[in-house]
Ligand binder design. Structure first.
Ligand SMILES: Cc1cc2nc3c(=O)[nH]c(=O)nc-3n(C[C@H](O)[C@H](O)[C@H](O)COP(=O)(O)OP(=O)(O)OC[C@H]3O[C@@H](n4cnc5c(N)ncnc54)[C@H](O)[C@@H]3O)c2cc1C
Length: 543
């Protein structure tokens, strides 16, 4: 952990700008919101195991977890004509990592905030976007609703201090790689990296969803090593390139290039738009676009949850799953009534993360028991800052949807009002993202402990200390800050995980049990969760 990161993690106590802020940062109200960690931890500690009251209830299919995968499974069941299902969700609202918040009447994301336009293999996602009216066919082409495509400018990066190989400190730069005045050796490495990626894209199979990739010895070789080791072996040592690739890994996988596999590092680019080196005039094509909404991907999960009625039971903790020859039994604990219930079903789809699934199932499939020691989840902090007026801007390109600070341990922020068509900027909500997986497993564990133990005020100061590098006027304009902490936000694709046969085994039905969660692909994105949820729902609909 470098010195700069340590300063940020320790919070703002030593930061001079604290003293300069008019009302004092300590006056900025807010707190923790979102996940009720108490319910999850009560399950972990066995404090919810109470005797079910009354007779067992029955449904054809039970689903545990109403994130993207659980909601997709429910949709697939309904489409296959199976209406007798129940969806049990521990939180008070469906959506999982794709839920929303609101501040000052403005909606904002609590987690997932965008969806890249689906590629040819993401058929299920494409079908959903058509069904929701977000995409349509026109003269044989897919056309997306322009109001939901991210408006330009999409991204920019602020360089706070002089950095090796970068000119233009104290200003914003277009895109995420600040290349002004980059040394010829930097540009040469970027071009070499782009060429190598193009070759990998040509020879190996990288798709989203990943289950449609042809697994091969080439992919297995990438999967066997860390991305950092792969880069080292090829002498990619340019600080600008390394910092950018590390940012990409933290952004997509929650951990840095020391912890994720080379398969993951390459997949990030190769499965979507590739890597464009400076001077590469290949026009950005339509597939570079992303869909986004003020409330993030909750725009999709809220529509998926519409119409579920009483079949969606939120505020309900699944506590135990017992598989039998003829049926599956599920015990739940309802937080509203503080009572336990027992349900039986023909089939059960587990759409909770795999580490939770392992705790719930009495006799877990061997593949799940095998995998557990190899699963590492990245902690994340997401903070929404309500601003009463627009920020003063620094030189460089105009405010974008995604605004990143070079050299920061965090990931920058998105602006919830970016998609609004208002003629002049006004109050808004900025959503600040901080992936805390670090570069090693000890890093990851220490960050999780810190995330859970450090008081909200300490994190507030750390988030403000990060943002103030680009926006010195920000603390004086924050009305309120609400933060959400995810102890186990996403499964990190550590070396060996993607190619682990146990992961592939769990994607297939295990007797009366089905598994569906982004964990199954070791890549936590909407397309992965939605596809495996749809496939599991379709399979579970079979008599
Ligand atoms: C901060 C953050 C930002 C992200 N940004 C993006 C993005 O911009 N775009 C993108 O595509 N992806 C993003 N992701 C990834 C996101 O996780 C996936 O896109 C997707 O939402 C995962 O869905 P899921 O259904 O697989 O998992 P989850 O969202 O984890 O859903 C699992 C559900 O199971 C429930 N559950 C757990 N235990 C129990 C229990 N015992 N009983 C009942 N219910 C239970 C949980 O509460 C949850 O609702 C982001 C993730 C995070 C954390």
């Amino acid at each position: 952990m470098n010195g700069r990161r340590r300063t940020l993690l320790l919070g703002g106590a030593a930061l001079p700008w604290l003293a300069g802020c008019e009302r004092g940062v300590a006056g900025i109200p807010g707190g923790w919101i979102g996940i009720d960690a108490g319910r999850g931890h009560a399950l972990r500690d066995g404090r919810l195991a109470r005797a079910p009251v009354g007779d067992a209830k029955r449904c054809a299919v039970a689903i545990v977890g109403a994130g993207v995968a659980g909601l997709a499974a429910a949709r697939a069941l309904a489409q296959a004509g199976v209406d007798d299902f129940r969806l049990f969700e521990i939180e008070d609202r469906a959506g999982g990592n794709a839920r929303a918040h609101a501040m000052g009447g403005m909606r904002c994301p609590l987690g997932a905030h965008y969806l890249p336009l689906p590629g040819p293999e993401a058929r299920e996602v494409a079908e959903l976007l058509h069904a929701l009216g977000i995409a349509r066919q026109e003269l044989g082409r897919t056309v997306y609703d322009e109001r939901q495509l991210c408006h330009a400018p999409q991204e920019r990066v602020f360089v706070p201090d002089p950095q090796p190989g970068v000119r233009g400190a104290g200003r914003w730069h277009e895109g995420l790689l600040p290349l002004d005045g980059a040394a010829p050796s930097t540009l040469a490495q970027l071009r070499r990296f782009a060429d190598e990626l193009r070759e990998l894209q040509r020879t190996l199979s990288f798709t989203v969803p990943t289950q449609r990739s042809r697994w091969s010895p080439g992919l297995a070789a990438l999967d066997a090593q860390s991305f950092a080791a792969w880069l080292d072996a090829r002498a990619y040592d340019d600080p600008l390139l390394r910092a950018y690739l590390d940012y990409c890994c933290r952004d997509d996988y929650g951990a840095g290039l020391g912890l994720v596999s080379a398969w993951a590092g390459v997949h990030y680019f190769a499965s979507r738009h590739g890597f464009r080196a400076p001077g590469d005039e290949t026009a950005a094509d339509a597939s570079d676009g992303v869909l986004t909404w003020p409330e993030g991907n909750a725009h999709l999960t809220e529509r998926l949850a519409e119409g579920l009625g009483e079949r969606l039971r939120s505020g309900v903790v699944a506590t135990r799953i017992e598989t039998g020859r003829h049926e599956v039994a599920l015990e739940i604990w309802d937080a509203r009534t503080a009572r336990a219930e027992r349900w039986t079903a023909r089939r059960l789809i587990v759409c909770a993360p795999l580490f939770v699934a392992r705790r719930l199932i009495d006799a877990p499939p061997a593949a799940l028991a095998d995998l557990l020691p190899r699963l590492s989840y990245a902690p994340w902090l997401v903070s929404n800052l309500q601003l009463r007026e627009p920020l003063l801007d620094r030189p460089g390109p105009a405010p974008a949807w995604d605004n990143v600070i070079a050299g920061s341990a965090a990931l920058g922020y998105v602006d919830a009002m970016h998609q609004s068509l208002r003629p002049v900027p006004g109050p808004t909500v900025l959503t600040h993202y901080w992936a805390l997986g670090g570069q090693s497993l000890p890093d990851l564990r220490a960050s999780r402990a810190q995330l859970l133990d450090k008081p909200w005020e300490g994190w507030r100061d750390a988030v403000l200390a990060d943002l103030v590098q680009a926006h010195p006027d920000l603390p004086g304009k924050v009305e309120r800050m609400d933060s959400m902490r995810y102890g186990h936000a996403m499964l990190v694709p550590t070396p060996g995980l993607r190619g682990d046969p146990a992961l592939a085994a769990l994607a297939r039905p295990q007797g009366r049990l089905h598994f569906a969660h982004a964990d199954l692909s070791a890549h936590s994105v909407f397309e992965e969760a939605y596809t495996c949820g749809t496939l599991a729902g379709t399979a579970a609909a079979a008599p």
